[in-house]
Design a protein around this ligand. Structure first.
Ligand code: MN
Ligand code: MN
Length: 325
């Protein structure tokens, strides 16, 4: 079986070679024999309602992620020792057709999830999460979710009844039974609203919304303890919209909102997902055209690494459970 490991930065300088996610080997899903976690891009931004460009996110994130080393100094986790990881390339999209793109992305993710591979997805705008959740729910049933964002993405429709945008993915996911709203926590929600219908709907469906003010007042450890209790022991998805981060640290995104989460707190909160039954994750809404010096992509790549660490821990735990049962 091939060994799916990143190229070692003391053999090959990190700036050299083809920029795959975390310098991993690139294989197509149908060739990914033995791969347990697949990192993949979704170069899709047809759901964007404001400034476009998240379709260029995967390339910028690969470039930044090739600079990462393999060991998480804070937690001691080496994700590549815990699970076989590979770069699965990009999901196919049709830049002239939103619904056709969603179908193609879902079919690609079906091929990933159907092989038992845990997806770590680099968006793309946040509508990317919908076809990923469709594929994951087909395998695992309705999912819990820990969602970091400035926005709920629980709106019903935009521009006179159009129901598929990056402001609506979780409304659709709830309607389709892909997520269980009573096992969903949204962290970092803030600032101006169109009319607040999204927040009212989400709360009435049972979603736990933690506005940024509450996060700052209570602290990230207390909020994450509650988040873990809300999502419980069932399968969980983690979705990280880069606009959860304050725009001073992540300006390269389509819908920036001031007063956000600092990068250090975000790293600490993702580490506190450890122990949950994580079955997939995404990092979305990096839009390189609005970035400054690659700052947002670098932040996004580092947060993807933190997500990979907790995904690898969950994958290793499931493998051990299977071996002992
Ligand atoms: Mn979002
Ligand atoms: Mn957002």
């Amino acid at each position: 079986m091939p060994r799916y490991e990143p190229a070692f930065g003391m053999d090959v300088p990190r700036f050299a070679g083809i920029a795959t996610f975390m310098k991993l080997p690139h294989v197509r899903p149908e060739e990914a024999e033995g791969v347990e976690i697949g990192i993949l891009g979704v170069p899709f931004d047809l759901g964007t309602t404001n400034r476009p460009g998240a379709r260029f996110g995967p390339r910028a994130l690969r470039e930044a992620a090739s600079m990462l080393r393999r060991l998480n100094q804070a937690t001691g986790v080496d994700p590549f020792a815990l699970a076989a990881c590979a770069d699965l390339g990009d999901a196919p999209v049709n830049p002239a057709d939103l619904q056709d793109s969603l179908r193609r992305i879902e079919a690609f993710l079906d091929g990933v999830v159907g092989r038992g591979i845990v997806p770590l997805v680099a968006g793309g705008d946040h509508l990317t999460s919908l076809p990923v959740l469709r594929a994951l729910a087909r395998r695992h049933g309705p999912l819990g979710m820990v969602h970091f964002d400035a926005h709920t993405d629980f709106y019903d429709a935009y521009f006179g009844g159009f129901r598929y945008t990056h402001g609506t993915p979780f409304r659709r996911a709830a309607e389709e039974g892909l997520i269980d709203p009573r096992r969903v926590v949204q962290i970092g929600i803030r600032v101006t609203l169109y009319d607040g219908e999204d927040v009212r709907f989400a709360r009435s469906a049972g979603v736990r919304i933690v506005p940024i003010e509450e996060l700052v007042d209570r602290g990230f450890a207390a909020v994450m303890a509650e988040a873990r209790a809300v999502v419980g022991t069932g399968p969980v998805y983690a979705s990280f919209d880069i606009d959860a981060i304050d725009p001073s640290q992540a300006p390269g995104t389509g819908t920036p909102e001031v007063g956000g989460i600092d990068v250090h707190s975000a790293q600490r909160m993702i580490r506190l997902l450890d122990g949950l039954d994580l079955v997939g994750a995404d990092l979305v809404e990096v839009s390189p055209s609005y970035d400054m010096g690659g700052l947002t992509a670098w932040t996004g790549a580092n947060l993807m690494f933190e997500l990979l660490c907790v995904l690898a821990r969950a994958a290793a735990r499931r493998r051990a459970d299977q071996a002992s049962s």
